[in-house]
Write a protein that binds this ligand. Structure first.
Ligand code: 3PG
Length: 349
């Protein structure tokens, strides 16, 4: 892949794909701004280099329609807290309003375009949509690590249209997560959450890890018997039979495995940690891992949210910003966003 530092950005338009897909509260305010914060080094670098910075992102799953609750205004408000001046937001991501605004931009200015997923063409990886996005820019930078596993227009096709480079976050994520690709053994992999894709990943995880410790709703999906897959021995469930938390015996059991680990990977919380009543398992295991001397990699999404909440971020080797993306990367899969950047380097050599 190329490097940002190779390009001369002065007076150039730079289209930056970020992942500002942040959690919102019931009032529509940003609940956790870490994804905005982690994109700042790249944005600030481009400002310093006197580029005109055009930010593009998705938020939620509007499925090709304009969903007012998924407009980027709350994200913009949060971004302004960091950048303070010369930062603007538009109500669309393509079209005449966007073209006119971009035409008048001056070096050092930043504009955030509206949610890409208001157009179905984004998820369909549509070439004309990517061309529309690219037409006002000289360079493309992808700093949306959490979206690299999606073969979408702003991740894949865009990188074939302009000279491109990864942003600093993408570079750092790859460098840190690579530490878990050839792990020091024993490797203990904690896996929780409720998503189907986690279950599909479990077989591969059991092959790679010495042991996979499974928690949360995922437990109900596990139908295979495998000595390396360790299931909870006690837990709390609700009336609908949903897993709420792992019990004290399981916490003890999981700790006994984690104690021996030289590498620990964690994707997905062990219960409904957002409710303090059911956070014991996730919290106690998080604190225990924080004290271990092993390489400790936390996949993004909810496990990262838990680690940030318990203020343990600095005690971990790396807390990723990507949920699905970090899981696929750690499983050794090629991410479309990385492949696109690699191809780009050959094309624009
Ligand atoms: C994420 O939150 O994992 C990324 O932003 C990707 O979002 P998606 O799962 O809606 O594609």
């Amino acid at each position: 892949m190329n490097s940002l530092k190779k390009f001369k950005f002065k007076n150039k338009y730079v289209l930056v794909r970020v992942d500002f897909n942040v959690p919102l509260d019931k009032k529509g305010k940003v609940k956790d701004n870490s994804r905005i914060k982690t994109a700042l080094p790249t944005i600030e670098y481009l400002i310093k280099k006197k580029a005109m910075v055009i930010l593009i992102t998705h938020l939620g799953k509007p499925k090709g329609k304009i969903v007012p609750e998924l407009k980027l205004d709350p994200v913009y408000k949060e971004l302004k807290k960091f950048l303070k001046k010369n930062v603007y937001k538009l109500n669309d991501c393509i079209g005449p309003e966007v073209d006119r605004f971009i035409d008048k931009m001056v070096p050092g200015e930043v504009v955030l375009l509206e949610n890409l997923r208001f157009y179905s063409e984004e998820e369909n990886n549509n070439k004309n949509f990517a061309l529309e996005l690219s037409k006002n820019a000289d360079y493309y930078v992808n700093d949306a690590f959490a979206t690299l596993h999606r073969k979408h227009a702003s991740v894949d096709t865009l990188a074939s249209l302009l000279p491109s480079a990864p942003g600093f976050l993408v570079e750092k994520e790859i460098k840190e997560l690579k530490k878990a690709l050839k792990p020091k053994k024993p490797l203990i992999w904690l896996i929780g959450g409720i998503k189907e894709d986690k279950y599909k990943a479990l077989k591969t995880i059991a092959k790679k890890a010495n042991f996979a410790l499974v928690g949360s709703g995922l437990v109900d999906l596990v139908k295979i018997k495998n000595k390396k897959i360790i299931l909870p021995v006690d837990f709390t469930k609700d009336k609908k039979n949903r897993h709420l938390d792992i019990g004290p015996k399981t916490i003890k059991l999981f700790k006994s495995y984690l104690k021996k680990a030289k590498t620990i990977i964690w994707n997905g919380p062990l219960g409904m940690f957002e409710k303090p009543k059911f956070a014991k398992g996730t919290k106690q295991i998080a604190n225990f891992i924080a004290k271990r001397k092993a390489v400790k990699i936390i996949g993004g999404g909810e496990s990262a949210e838990a680690i940030h909440k318990y203020k343990l971020t600095k005690k971990m080797t790396w807390v990723s910003t990507g949920g699905g993306a970090s899981l696929e990367f750690l499983l050794g899969k090629k991410l479309p966003g990385i492949e696109a950047l690699e191809k780009n380097q050959k094309k624009f050599k």
